[in-house]
Design a binder for this molecule. Structure first.
Ligand code: F6P
Length: 320
């Protein structure tokens, strides 16, 4: 393997830059050249790429977002789109490709491999932490810390005004962000798509808190479970409490990556290069029980990552 390509795809996640840095430096260390492909699969189709050197990834380890930028490409889902990208890869002398992104990006990588047999390795980078085969994806820890930071701040104003706050968080169809941040932020209730919820039960708990003198209530809602505005409206109607809704939105995705995300990204990026050097293809990198592992890309689509629902039970007990 003499030259590899790297791209970031789908929603950006903090720590992607740390992964890019790891790929570029690890590859150069082993005498392999690296081509950075801009704007994900869209840039791949357009041939928007440049060669990278040690300096290309200097001073980015602490930055959120992705220096390669990212996109969601409909064209890459077509056979013609993939062929255009493949021609660009051949012209640039790319012999292996590392894709940092979520499950949609992994699907694109697997289909690309099937159509053109260019070796691809997927590195999980998404705040949603919904990729099967890895305990954590790059960006999740930073996002959860962002959410907890916001909960802490909202708690101050919630207490001052004796209000109920509904905090809607991202995660697409997965409740991992809500569950983890809800436990860490001391939420009274956590609403996630994986477990049906009863709004009356949530309201009854809230009112028990009010009766025993609690000055505020925090309810964390995963976007995939319910709209925060609707939950807020229902709670206001059923309890009559002063209820406010905060939709955290894209601020969850930004900011300097946490140590955990930086270390995860460094280890996963380096592993992806090792796999290509080893002649492997169509694989994903993951972390399982602190070890960096690899597995077939296909297994990501054939399995659903299970949330640890015990955490919800624990959060319920601790917020009694
Ligand atoms: O997959 C990451 C994610 O942030 C989801 O949690 C969210 O639903 C989605 O992307 C938002 O996408 P966009 O940035 O395109 O609005």
């Amino acid at each position: 393997m003499q030259r590899i390509g790297i791209l970031t795809s789908g929603g950006d996640a903090s720590g992607m830059n740390s992964a890019i840095r790891a790929v570029v430096r690890k590859a150069i260390y082993h005498g392999i050249e690296v081509v950075g492909i801009n704007r994900g699969y869209s840039g791949f189709i357009d041939g928007d790429m440049q060669s990278m050197n040690l300096g290309s990834v200097a001073d980015i380890i602490h930055r959120g977002g992705t220096i390669l930028r990212t996109a969601r490409s409909r064209e890459f889902a077509t056979s013609e789109g993939k062929t255009k990208a493949y021609k660009n890869a051949v012209q640039a002398g790319i012999q292996g490709l590392i894709v940092i992104g979520g499950d949609g990006s992994f699907r694109g990588a697997a289909d690309f491999y099937e159509q053109h047999q260019l070796p691809v390795i997927g590195v999980p980078g998404t705040i949603d932490n919904d990729i099967f085969g890895t305990d954590y994806s790059i960006g999740f820890d930073t996002a959860v810390n962002n959410v907890v930071d916001a909960i802490n701040k909202i708690r101050d104003t919630a207490t001052s005004h004796e209000r109920t706050f509904i905090i809607e968080v991202m995660g697409r169809d997965c409740g991992a962000i809500a569950l983890t941040a809800g436990l860490a932020g001391g939420a009274e209730s956590i609403i996630i798509p994986e477990v049906p919820f009863d709004i009356k039960e949530i309201c009854a708990k809230l009112m028990r808190g009010v009766k025993r003198g609690k000055l505020h209530s925090m309810i964390v809602v995963a976007e995939g479970a319910a709209g925060g505005l609707k939950v807020g409206q229902d709670i206001k109607t059923l309890t009559g409490t002063d209820t406010k809704v905060t939709i955290l939105g894209h601020l969850q995705r930004g900011g300097s990556p946490t140590v955990l995300d930086r270390v995860l990204a460094a280890r996963m990026g380096a592993k992806a290069v090792e796999l290509l050097m080893d002649g492997q293809a169509n694989k994903a990198v993951g972390m399982h029980c602190e070890k960096i592992v690899s597995y077939e890309l296909e297994t990501v689509f054939k399995n659903k990552k299970e949330l640890n629902i015990d955490i919800l039970e624990l959060a319920k007990i601790l917020s009694i």
